[in-house]
Design a protein around this ligand. Structure first.
Ligand SMILES: *Cc1c(COP(=O)(O)O)cnc(C)c1O
Length: 350
């Protein structure tokens, strides 16, 4: 606190990111990073782009938007890119989600959403997940200014079908519905194919998880032109160059190397299934995950205790101090070896 702070700063409650340990040798299963390296083509593209460091990057990142448009079968004008999907989300809250009526999102969801509401003065209402921790779209039938939800949801990992998303879009024709697809590539159905027939849909994705580029900071949104134009108006009032030339070059290479993408995401999904079996055998209840993490609680050990003891033994998992989910651990799917080490430690503890 300081007398120099603006009232806005006094009233913020910032997001707390998962720990990034300084020590080596930690098994890091706490921030949903990909355990595999990005495509080797990404590194080559970044190396080649260093020639251009003297120059400002393309403020529109046109070549990246074209690569994304080709991959997802939309027009480049239907693509917005930003410095991580967190930045795309931030612009979305300001550009499209701030209305008189409240924004709706699940009570258990990405904890950055209420933070953006605080930053931009967006009023919101939380819609409780059902007893099985699922999103029920019928529960969103109430007056609102807009809706945002991750699919699959975080931190539950549970996915909605594309048909359910379409029902939500049809029930709210006059509200923007944002689907945050940070984890969609690990087994859920993307809503991108619905963009052509729903002018109220904005889909947000990231290269951080399924393309193993959390450190490069690239995310994007796909929607019809008026929604994209709103994001561009905010972006061009904030930072004309959110993506550097290295990020643009690396992201294009990642989007174009489909083979690497398919292989690594398949490996993560295979390990998720074996991790789920192992945890279930140890008497964990594991929610059905379509993401690169599982959300699990033990029948007799508290989540907080397990997380603390694992941490002492060099394995980081995420625990949320929030009443409804305090017994759960969110465990990122690592390599088979990393998950094996986690399971071996849990077997000793339990
Ligand atoms: C990880 C994550 C993001 C943000 O990813 P970036 O690294 O900023 O692209 C957005 N939404 C959800 C639900 C996430 O889990």
């Amino acid at each position: 606190m300081s007398r120099f702070w603006s009232s806005v700063v006094h009233n913020l409650s910032p997001y707390v990111p998962g720990e990034q340990p300084k020590r080596d040798g930690i098994v890091k299963l706490n921030t949903n990073e990909n355990p595999y390296a990005p495509s080797p083509r990404v590194l080559a593209a970044i190396a080649a782009a260093t020639d251009r460091l003297r120059l400002y990057p393309d403020p529109h990142a046109s070549s990246l938007r074209e690569a994304i448009a080709d991959r997802y079968d939309v027009a480049p004008e239907e693509v917005f890119v930003g410095n991580g999907s967190d930045e795309v989300l931030a612009h979305t809250f300001q550009a499209l989600l701030k209305h008189d009526a409240p924004l709706l999102f699940p009570d258990i969801t990405y904890s950055f959403y209420p933070v953006y509401c605080g930053l931009y003065g967006v009023s919101y209402e939380e819609v409780p997940l059902d007893a099985a921790m699922r999103v029920q779209i019928a529960d969103f039938r109430r007056p609102c200014g807009a809706i945002i939800l991750p699919n699959p949801n975080a931190p539950t990992g549970i996915a909605l079908s594309r048909d359910s998303i379409e029902a939500l879009l049809t029930e709210h024709p006059d509200q923007v519905v944002v689907i945050d697809e940070a984890y969609v590539d690990f087994g859920a159905e993307s809503a991108v194919s619905l963009v052509a027939r729903h002018d109220n849909l904005l889909v947000i994705q990231t290269l951080s998880k399924s393309r193993a580029l959390a450190g490069l900071r690239v995310g994007f949104a796909i929607g019809q032109r008026p929604l994209i134009e709103a994001l561009e108006r905010v972006k061009d009032s904030f930072n004309s160059y959110p993506l550097g030339c290295l990020a643009i070059a690396g992201a294009i290479a990642a989007i174009n190397d489909n083979e690497w993408f398919q292989e690594t995401r398949r490996r993560v999904m295979t390990t998720r299934e074996s991790l789920t079996r192992d945890l279930t055998e140890l008497d964990f209840e594991v929610l059905p995950s379509a993401a690169n993490f599982v959300f699990a609680r033990h029948r007799s050990h508290s989540g907080g205790d397990l997380a603390t003891r694992l941490r002492e033994l060099g394995v980081l998992v995420r625990h949320f101090n929030k009443s409804r989910i305090a017994d759960f651990l969110r465990i990122t799917v690592g390599t088979d070896d990393e998950c094996g080490r986690l399971v071996a430690l849990l077997r000793e503890m339990i």
